[in-house]
Design a protein around this ligand. Structure first.
Ligand code: AHR
Length: 509
């Protein structure tokens, strides 16, 4: 017997809506490709913080946990599936206390020091080990230098150590330490959050400092990193984009998503009510206006679009499960999957101005791809979202219009029901990604591609019964993507997107 309960017909274990789902129309213009989504938009951040690097990724060559030269095989294997294009390291705030010489040379001669009073930084992971990791991942390097407690000389030496050809004393030291060939540093950041943990500076003062540091970052012409200035709010973007014209490839900003209205009262990763579901998603959508605000300043100061807006820290930041810890470990649920997907849609929208983002962070810290506990590892819903969106790396955006969109309202908050993005990928296929933010109602989406008769769609969908569905070491497969396909009928393609879901499909043209 079917029972009507809270507007749902409960059919045994499956709940189907009694209300007719809304019909949303999506039109894609495949004939007018827009800017390319730089693959680095799917970058990652690995800070020496909590167990993000040590334990989470690095266990050392002598560990019983299977590893390659110290890096966990399970974690590296899983990350490879994400085609990680770029990794930012070693911080974050940590970067402004990091002295690179502590992390080169024989392991047993490297000093030990303590960061944040919590995790012993054994300096086992230094420059060579980091490049070993990114070589295994096939990723590019984004190295962040130390302004806060470093010096121009120290930063200049590090860049020379990494990039110089033979003939320089630092290139010889590098060779002595096991690496003859220069490393390739795709991006080099001059400091981090200079308005805060990087030194509590004013933007004008940092702009001067930046010029001083940047002048002495000498790398051979054929191996020059792109240099990133560390920004802050729009005032910082204004000052830096005026003062550093021609001296910077990008200005970074950090934008975290909280659950709830204020940082002090922010909600937890799990066990939240619907109010924190909608507030988290509404807060995520603020990224669009933030990019527009910074973009407008850049358009004024850099109309040639030579300066990128690098969002090199983003993602959810929940109330600490363990308030006494500074490790920033948090669980990751279906809600995080939607946060990631909605953020991608916004980044695609601004593909021209946003060539790079790195989510905070890769393993065990904040909105992580992977959680580990000793020898165990679980993949998070955010991991699966990154995996589903791989085809969007270096894909060409396609104009997309949504008509008759649903909206999702709770209390005083209303957000769009459906969010979508489309692109022509390098494999030639047209990919469509869809998010249904409503945690109760599925939605029917009619898809139309101008000039083409779409025959169907096939891909993956990520959803679950609970808003905070998540994977644990005990139940590592509680939530994972399921295959999805739909066929056009009478020349029309209609896709039913479940409630609270992320979907990526390739359209069959
Ligand atoms: O990602 C965690 C921290 O958040 C970073 O170290 C810092 O840059 C930011 O405030």
């Amino acid at each position: 017997m079917n029972i009507i309960k809270h507007g749902l017909v409960v059919l045994g274990m499956i709940a189907a809506p009694v209300f007719a789902a809304g019909q949303v129309s999506i039109s894609i213009d495949a004939g007018k490709p827009g800017p390319v989504i730089n693959k680095n938009v799917y970058g990652q951040f690995a800070e020496n913080l909590g167990t993000g690097v040590y334990q989470g990724m690095w266990v050392g060559p002598k560990s019983n946990i299977p590893n390659t030269r110290g890096w966990r095989n399970d974690v590296v294997g899983a990350l490879k599936e994400l085609h990680v294009p770029l990794v930012r390291w070693p911080g974050g705030c940590f970067a402004d206390t990091y002295h690179w010489r502590d992390g080169v040379g024989p392991q047993d001669t490297r000093p030990s020091n303590v960061n944040g009073g919590e995790v012993e930084v054994i300096n086992a992971v230094g420059t060579h080990e980091f490049f070993d990791l990114i070589d295994m991942l096939g990723a590019d390097a984004y190295v962040n230098g130390n302004v806060g407690t470093g010096s121009v000389q120290e930063m200049s030496d590090w860049v020379e150590y990494m990039t110089a050809d033979g003939g320089s004393p630092l290139a010889r030291l590098r060779a002595q330490n096991g690496r003859e060939k220069p490393f390739k540093v795709a991006y080099f950041g001059i400091g981090n959050e200079l308005w805060g943990c990087g030194g509590n500076l004013k933007p004008e003062y940092y702009a001067n400092l930046y010029s001083n540091y940047e002048t002495f970052l000498r790398a051979p012409k054929h191996n020059k990193p792109k240099i990133i200035a560390s920004g802050g709010d729009t005032t910082w973007t204004d000052v830096l984009s005026r003062e550093l014209k021609g001296r910077t490839t990008g200005i970074s900003i950090h934008q975290y998503t909280i659950a709830g209205a204020t940082w002090e009262t922010k909600g937890a990763a799990l066990g939240f009510k619907e109010g924190e579901w909608i507030s988290t998603l509404a807060n995520t959508l603020k990224m669009d206006q933030i990019i527009k605000d910074h973009g407008a300043i850049l358009d004024k100061n850099d109309p040639e679009k030579k300066i990128g807006l690098m969002i090199d820290e983003w993602g959810t930041w929940y109330a600490d499960a363990d308030a006494s810890s500074s490790a920033l470990y948090q669980q990751n649920s279906l809600r995080d999957a939607l946060v990631a997907a909605l953020s991608f849609h916004i980044f695609h929208e601004h593909a021209e101005r946003v060539p790079m983002t790195t989510i905070a962070q890769m393993v065990n810290v904040l909105q992580a791809m992977i959680l580990t506990d000793k020898e165990k590892m679980v993949l998070t819903p955010t991991y699966y979202t990154f995996q589903m969106y791989v085809p969007f790396q270096d894909a060409k955006t396609l104009p997309l219009a949504i008509k008759d969109n649903t909206s999702y309202t709770l209390g005083a908050t209303t957000i769009p029901g459906v969010s979508a993005t489309a692109a022509r990928a390098k494999d030639g296929k047209l990919y469509l990604a869809l998010v249904n933010t409503d945690p109760h109602q599925p939605v029917d989406v009619a898809v139309d591609v101008a000039g083409t008769k779409v025959k169907g769609a096939a891909g993956k969908v990520l959803t679950s019964a609970a808003m905070d569905a998540h994977n644990t070491f005990q139940y590592p497969q509680a939530i994972k993507p399921a295959p999805f396909s739909a066929r056009a009928a009478g020349g029309k393609l209609s896709i039913k997107v479940p409630a609270k879901a992320v979907m990526v499909v390739a359209l069959v043209e």
